[in-house]
Write a protein that binds this ligand. Structure first.
Ligand code: HEM
Length: 517
């Protein structure tokens, strides 16, 4: 009897205690700290809280969903909640951003520079290179690499983009019309381009290894999604034990590929330094020519000589550069070619403009001339608005962080910026599902919020390769358009989009190329 009474009192106290701490922690969502507000109001008066599928908050909302259902989950949330929203699950709050005002707050907050924990899922592939690192390491590396994206260096890269683009169209020169799979051909073009520009290594004799590299990276991306949608796999040890056994092969291929590139470039660079030394005045410093070098990898190798980075550091930056630089631009280009094919009138406007400024033999195709193609610029912007190559990015609050909108994010809050939803938010975009490059003409965009369009992110951790990517994509579009009319073979209404690191569809995106007379 006494025992029963004691058990009852203990159970009652426990329930009362849980009830009390439930105000600060979402107890069933594994003691997830709740988001507070500056004036003590409930957080949902500022940002709606999404209803979870189970009693464990939102912790298991993605569990068991297909890649497509994971993608749709966020789109449905954005459409139904119509504002940036909070989710609670797996021990931490998740603040989902779908509007420009909050995107600006987050991307410019010095307390929110650290990438979200989901980037840890990329550590086996990239370790902590620029994209995934934080704090002093990120700052030092960013400072080291920034000069390599200088305008003059991009000018030298343009020659390579042009040569690679001509090589791309050369594949079809015998046919008067041909159906091509952009999804299959473009990634090879962008991988070649990044290796030849940033690494100064041609892939000609490594073509098969390049193909294997791309396949392996696709497997690494699959592993990323598997971990994202299963909270049990958020713990690296648990994932390695039960879910990630096959990843080792893909990781080896990716790392072997980047190691081979680094080894090749080390030899080529040594040869070049010897050449420079022999052609220079003996009193000159051979490194004076550092300013003229054109490969980003060379900067890293020189920095190693200066003791600023070690071999492991070079590897992680090379892995990061290849990863950040090839899949993104290929996704951007695949959708741009598809949009060219779907909107014949807009394609014609691009073609007329290109004809006006670019000679038929491409001899004047350079950074300056490309800068004059204003309509092509609007076209590419619109393509990246509707189909952002990077559909989402994440940050985390490493300490309690007060936002100007009145929310106080507890330490550990994860933040996901849904670029896809910001780009289709009706607050900034009329008929967001319509393809209208004219929205980007200066007179139509002057009153738009600056953060309503962020395909390359914004703030201190914005994309380093933005200019590089635009130049590469425009060069290929110019060369293809000059030589071919692009006709449609797919209808995006049939597309099944999947969550991925870059924007993915199940569909093979094809276009028809018809030779211009
Ligand atoms: C269409 C092409 C591209 C798009 C849409 C794109 C988009 C982005 C976005 C959204 C971010 C921010 C990611 C985040 O905060 O998690 C980013 C970061 C980055 N991008 Fe790009 N990118 C593109 C091409 C490139 C290229 C070609 C390069 C290199 C040559 C590159 C290098 C980087 C690097 C190094 C970062 C990390 C910057 C940092 O954290 O300091 N990107 N990119």
């Amino acid at each position: 009897m006494t025992l029963c009474l004691l058990v009852l009192i203990a159970a009652g106290s426990l329930i009362y205690w849980l009830y009390q701490i439930n105000k600060t922690y979402y107890v069933l969502a594994f003691f997830c700290p709740r988001v507070k507000t500056k004036d003590g109001r409930p957080e949902y008066t500022i940002a709606p809280v999404a209803k979870g599928k189970t009693i464990f908050g939102n912790g298991f909302d993605l569990y068991g969903l297909t890649d497509h259902e994971v993608f749709q989950h966020s789109r449905i949330r954005a459409k139904t909640l119509k504002a940036s929203y909070i989710e609670y699950g797996s021990g931490g709050a998740l603040y989902n951003i779908i509007d420009a005002e909050n995107a600006e707050l987050i991307l410019n907050d010095p307390n929110l520079m650290t990438k979200s924990v989901i980037y840890d899922f990329l550590h086996p592939a990239l370790h902590t290179g620029l994209l995934t690192s934080t704090g002093k390491k990120w700052h030092t590396r960013r400072k080291l690499l920034t000069p390599t994206y200088h305008f003059n260096i991009l000018g030298q890269f343009e020659e390579i983009f042009k040569a690679e683009s001509l090589k791309f169209v050369e594949q079809f020169h015998q046919a008067s019309d041909i159906s091509i799979s952009a999804s299959e051909l473009i990634p090879r073009f962008t991988l070649n381009s990044i290796c030849e520009t940033a690494m100064a290594v041609k892939l000609d004799d490594m073509a098969e290894k390049g193909d294997l590299y791309r396949q392996s990276f696709a497997m690494i991306e699959k592993a990323f999604i598997k971990r994202l949608s299963n909270p049990f796999y958020w713990n690296t040890k648990v994932y390695e034990l039960f879910g990630g056994k096959e990843d080792a092969i893909a990781l080896k291929v990716v790392h072997d590929f980047s190691n081979e590139i680094i080894a090749k470039r080390r030899i080529l660079l040594e040869e070049e330094l010897v050449r420079r030394k022999s052609s220079q005045d003996p009193d000159d410093d051979i490194y004076i020519n550092k300013k003229q070098r054109f490969a980003m990898l060379d900067t890293l190798i020189f920095a190693e000589k200066d003791g600023l980075i070690d071999h492991q550091g070079i590897c992680e930056e090379v892995d990061t550069l290849i990863f950040a630089g090839f899949d993104t631009t290929s996704t951007g280009l695949i959708f741009a070619l598809m949009n060219m094919s779907l909107y014949a009138d807009k394609q014609e406007l691009c073609y007329q403009e290109i004809n006006e400024y670019i000679d038929d033999d491409f001899s004047n195709l350079d950074v300056n001339q490309i800068g004059k193609l204003k309509y092509l610029d609007c076209f590419l912007k619109e393509s990246l608005r509707m189909f952002p190559a990077v559909p989402l990015m994440g940050r985390q609050a490493v300490r309690e962080t007060e936002l100007a909108n009145g929310l106080i994010l507890p330490a550990g809050t994860q933040i996901i910026l849904h670029i896809f939803d910001i780009h289709r938010n009706t607050k900034y975009w009329d008929s967001p599902d319509e393809f209208q490059p004219e929205r980007f003409l200066p007179e139509n965009s002057k009153d738009r919020h600056n953060y309503a369009y962020i395909p390359f992110s914004a703030g201190q951790r914005n994309c380093m390769g933005q200019k590089f990517a635009k130049l590469e994509m425009k060069t290929l579009l110019i060369v293809v358009l000059k030589k071919y009319k692009i006709l449609p073979l797919v209808d995006p209404k049939d597309f099944v989009f999947n969550t991925g690191i870059t924007l993915r569809t199940n569909n093979n995106i094809k276009v028809k190329l018809v030779k211009r007379q």
